[in-house]
Design a protein around this ligand. Structure first.
Ligand code: RB5
Length: 144
């Protein structure tokens, strides 16, 4: 599996920890920045982190900010992206099964590193359910 990851300044430290965790599980990670925790704007890094998802270079994208909310709002503006802000494993499972999310956004400030690891494991392990969800996801994409 290959994933992209990006953050803003608030998510930088969590991003670095999650990169180490994922690489330790032999998941290939494309780090789309930033390279430091200098103040920056999350929409810029939402775009950088989503680009490899849109191009097909990676299977999934991960975006980290203080809450995960700003990253999700920004990412969902990008053609081809279905981003879900997940603060627990249930949401991580459902956004894959029902919504075929291809980007997950995480909170660095309100969710622990261990919880974010579990959330990512669930997200990667859950397949899209298809069936009745397929037409709904197609309608989402038609809105873009
Ligand atoms: C930065 O202070 C914060 O607003 C940002 O990381 C994110 O939580 C926005 O949704």
């Amino acid at each position: 599996m290959k994933v992209s990851i990006a953050s803003d300044h608030a998510g930088f430290e969590m991003k670095q920890k999650l990169i180490a965790y994922l690489e330790g599980k032999s998941i290939e990670v494309v780090d789309c920045g930033p390279d430091s925790d200098d103040r920056c704007d999350y929409p810029d890094y939402a775009a950088k982190g989503c680009a490899p998802v849109v191009s097909g270079e990676v299977d999934y994208g991960i975006l980290v900010c203080g809450t995960g909310i700003g990253m999700a709002i920004a990412a969902c503006k990008i053609d081809g992206i279905r981003a879900a802000n997940c603060n627990n494993t249930t949401w991580a499972s459902l956004c894959r099964e029902h919504n075929n999310a291809n980007v997950i956004t995480l909170s660095a400030r309100y969710v622990t590193e261990e919880e974010n690891q579990a959330i990512l494991n669930t997200f990667f392990a859950t397949e899209f359910g298809g069936g009745r969800h397929t037409g709904r996801v197609e309608k989402i994409m038609a809105l873009q």
